[in-house]
Design a protein around this ligand. Sequence first.
Ligand code: GUN
Length: 294
Amino acid sequence: MTYKLIDGKAISDQIKSEIAEEVKQMIANGQKQPHLAVIIVGHDGGSETYVAHKVKSCEQVGFKSTRIAFEDDVTEEVLLAEIDKLNRDPDIDGFIVQLPLPKHISEEKVIEAIDYRKDVDGFHPVNVGRMVIGLPCFVSATPSGILELLKRYDIPTSGKNCVVIGRSNIVGKPVALLMMQKAYPGDATVTVCHSRTKNLKEICLQADIIIAALGSPEFLKADMVKEGAVIIDVGTTRVPSSETKSGFRLKGDVAFEEVAPKASYITPVPGGVGPMTIISLLRNTLLAAKKTIY
Ligand code: GUN
């Protein structure tokens, strides 16, 4: 089978131009510039890179952005006070707290402290609950990026067997819920597999669409994939590499070389789902600026 590569980078560039155009219109209409704030705690390499990308993407589409950094010994109290300040600041449309946080800080407490109307990460229980029952809400970045790719490539999902591997709160659970929702993309028959699943290979072989989000490099092999399946790879494990400037490279959850020839569509790593996650954050910030979620 000749497969089609799902080009997340190209789609994300296209959507960035669409958002930039909309921001121009808003400003021309006398509205204020959308404003995203990002809180980062400590110096985790991955987090610093992600936050730098987020700030740069804001600039590219004409948003204002504010980066608020704390050292990793910051107390939970100080962090919660900052969140309270951002909740009440009328110039801030949305904000996120980059995860993971140091162990002495409760991520749950921090997420619940964010005003759900400014929770552009879509992590607050109000947003998660609304997503489950199909109400207007901020949907988290990776699941909404995946759905946007399926949509932009016109990939049929209605009545298809969709297997999600992984059950994290950030990806597996929400993407499974979205794929089963009565909508397009959606309307699929969804099976969620995880580390305790029996017959995982047999289940995957039934899938028309596989969403691999377990965080285990090259886990999905060719003998687990049906001819013509759509493969979405959410894996982003950093492995050491002597070939890159940064000294590492990203590995997906799919053994790309052997799986691609069996697939109809497949996302690469990097350049597939990754670039789409920032788009969702920008989109959510735009929704927040327009006060669409209340
Ligand atoms: N860490 C990894 N992914 C994310 C994300 O989407 N949002 C936040 N806040 N932290 C993350």
